[in-house]
Design a protein around this ligand. Sequence first.
Ligand SMILES: *Cc1c(COP(=O)(O)O)cnc(C)c1O
Length: 227
Amino acid sequence: MSSIAQNLEKVRGRIAAAARKVGRDPAQVKLVAVSKTVDLARITEARDAGQEIFGENYLQEARGKIEALGPGAAWHFIGHLQTNKAKAAVGLFRLIHSVDRLHLAQALEKAAAGQQKVQEILLQVNLAGEASKSGAPPEAAPALLQEISRLPHLKVVGLMTMPPWFTDPEAVRPYFRALRELRERLLQLRICPLPELSMGMSGDFETAIEEGATLVRVGTAIFGQRD
Ligand SMILES: *Cc1c(COP(=O)(O)O)cnc(C)c1O
């Protein structure tokens, strides 16, 4: 078995254990293999080991990989998205995790309408207010959700966050919990269901699953350290 296949097996085992620990069905947690900077050969290894969803941060880099790998994989966009790349993103990705402003949503709406597609998206929220990170402030989320839900070619299916970085996963737990609680508040507005919570990376995905993650974005633990 290749090391990538072994890593995947380990990560899947850890996902299942974390889910069971809190009484969740492991099938409710989808693994997004974050393949930024990872070459096609190693992505193919992961796909051959049964991995279906891949996450990419950079459009230019993703395009070649998506075209080369062909159908059989689902690609998610997880990086910061510039408005002028909306059209390309809609053509390439099944789910865009990083919608954090109305202007971007409007550009995606236009692109999706042009491609006769309903684009699934997540609202990215910046819970700690870090200037270095993308994401809408949580207090802006209700209005943003309200406005985006009126766009007929976009479907908001949940929330995403990228919390501050800590070595101790327990230090991140309050942010994961805050995203779940924000979802509960948004659900009270009865705008749309928000089944997905995209949170947790290599260092803290088990904690994220304990707090309700349905999409964990894991790179290093599958593919090894990036250069
Ligand atoms: C790179 C990246 C990840 C994966 O990080 P690892 O620590 O390698 O698991 C997850 N989410 C986003 C948004 C990223 O940019």
